[in-house]
Design a protein around this ligand. Sequence first.
Ligand code: NAD
Length: 318
Amino acid sequence: MSEILIDEKVLATCKGKVVVITGAANGIGAATVSRFFHSGAHVFFSDRDEKGGGALEKHLQESLAPGDGTCNFTRVDARDYQAQLALFDTAYKEHGCVDMAVYSAGINEMAATGSIVAAENNLETVKEYPKLIMDLLDINLNGCIYFARIALAYLHAGSDNSQLPSKCLLTLISSAAAFQEAPGMPGYAASKVGILGLMRSIRSLAPKMCNTRVNVIAPWATDTAMVEGHTRLFTENNIPLQSPDDVAVFTQYVTADPVINGKTVYVGAARGFDIEEGLDRTLPQWLGQVNADLWKRQARAFAKGDWLRSDKIGNASH
Ligand SMILES: NC(=O)c1ccc[n+]([C@@H]2O[C@H](COP(=O)([O-])OP(=O)(O)OC[C@H]3O[C@@H](n4cnc5c(N)ncnc54)[C@H](O)[C@@H]3O)[C@@H](O)[C@H]2O)c1
């Protein structure tokens, strides 16, 4: 078990950093914006919810206290590649660098009709294009891929290549649904597994090629609009939901940590655990020694010999 423990000194290093956050007008993203802002960072955040984003920007600016940073909201639909690019460009032009980036935009399909497995599906309804699920994949996964591609270019462009491990960080919000069963949410679960795959495929390369480390946050059920309408199930079964800030503090911590790379931090009951370390450590137990060895050798070969993972460049429990 590898628990991530919050170190306030690490959070304080966000002062003066330039941070881009997408999907941040509400919920976990909004709580993350507030945390970075109150730590003294320059936060450029976006969302398709113009009203919510504008209200958050106004609230933060009106409550400005000594030590706070700056914040700047732009309406961006995460499905729009050029709009995402423009957000990074604004931050870069204003400060000459982008230090950190967090992708939090997402929707779920709990209430969506047209699912893959649905009682109403039949030979007639199946003729209809599953727009809702495809739309979800565009936001949750394609938007995240756009974001990661743009972020790595901008983070690298403004970074100090002499600093190792790099101070540039990319954090992607996935979900516990990426590695636990999520009945009735096939599109959502697929999109969140996709984010995990994205992170795992770039974590060995991004530190060297883009001077950027990359990690995933995988929240468990959190009290935001996303679970609205289902809160009764939690209360009736005496399952307390964690707050958006419970997740935001780990998001900020992982994004500010001086060494970690390639982690998937599960956040549940307001505690954070790296699941990658456990998977790596127990590989021979669930794959057998021969396959575990082969798999590691292949991973190293594909990473061009540079397996820049947490076991090599630092550990969250430092
Ligand atoms: N709440 C949970 O229980 C939970 C659990 C696991 C993972 N997550 C993930 O956390 C992230 C944040 O979700 P949340 O719980 O804060 O929900 P939320 O609904 O409060 O926030 C999601 C934000 O994404 C924005 N968004 C949606 N579509 C967009 C688009 N096309 N372009 C730009 N912005 C868009 C929304 O406007 C909203 O502000 C999501 O990726 C979600 O999948 C949430």
